[in-house]
Ligand binder design. Structure first.
Ligand SMILES: C[S@@+](CC[C@H](N)C(=O)[O-])C[C@H]1O[C@@H](n2cnc3c(N)ncnc32)[C@H](O)[C@@H]1O
Length: 161
């Protein structure tokens, strides 16, 4: 395999109430009311076995409507320029999104989810179970996020075409 060229295949599509960046929650933690559906393509449905036991799941997805990335950005929750990799800005060299959403139920190839910060029609790359046994850490530092107070919890179009 050529390590400089990685091919990804979507395994499904994420449907949400959000058609544009403007007004979309910037993280699941700020999206309590949002409901969506993940449709997994038929060839991957067997892999959903046992996932229904998990209250939360990680979705990895392709942020397909972003503009070109910049290595310094003003994040939604700040007014200062920050290094891209110290932020969750969606426009990135590899625009992979990572969201921990609530799993309500599964009906055949459909996952009914809540608390999503994802645009309608987003290509799904992977699903992983969230576990409090190994995904949850107490930390004493949150970088620049420790110094912001109550900034925007909804997106605008700054990272989008
Ligand atoms: C700040 S990003 C965080 C995404 C994910 N939770 C993460 O940390 O990787 C969330 C924003 O990405 C944007 N977004 C969601 N789906 C997108 C898509 N398919 N293409 C481009 N932007 C998208 C929306 O504006 C949303 O508010």
């Amino acid at each position: 395999m050529d390590a400089n060229k990685i091919e990804l295949r979507p395994i499904g599509t994420i449907y949400s109430p959000f058609q544009q960046a403007q007004g979309t929650p910037i993280q699941p933690a700020f999206a309590h009311e949002a409901e969506g559906i993940v449709e997994v393509f038929d060839e991957y449905v067997e892999g959903l076995k046992d996932l229904d036991g998990f209250e939360r799941i990680w979705l990895l997805f392709w942020l397909d409507r972003c503009s070109e990335y910049k290595l310094t950005v003003t994040p939604y929750m700040d007014t200062e320029q920050r290094g891209l990799f110290s932020t969750r800005a969606p426009a990135r060299p590899n625009p992979v999104g990572l969201s921990c959403v609530k799993l309500e139920r599964i009906e055949s190839n459909k996952l009914y989810i809540r608390e999503l910060d994802i645009l309608d029609g987003t290509p799904l790359l992977d699903i992983k179970p969230y576990s409090s046994k190994f995904d949850c850490f107490e930390v004493s530092r949150n970088g620049w996020l420790d110094h912001v107070k109550d900034k925007a919890h909804k997106a605008d179009e700054r990272f989008h075409r």
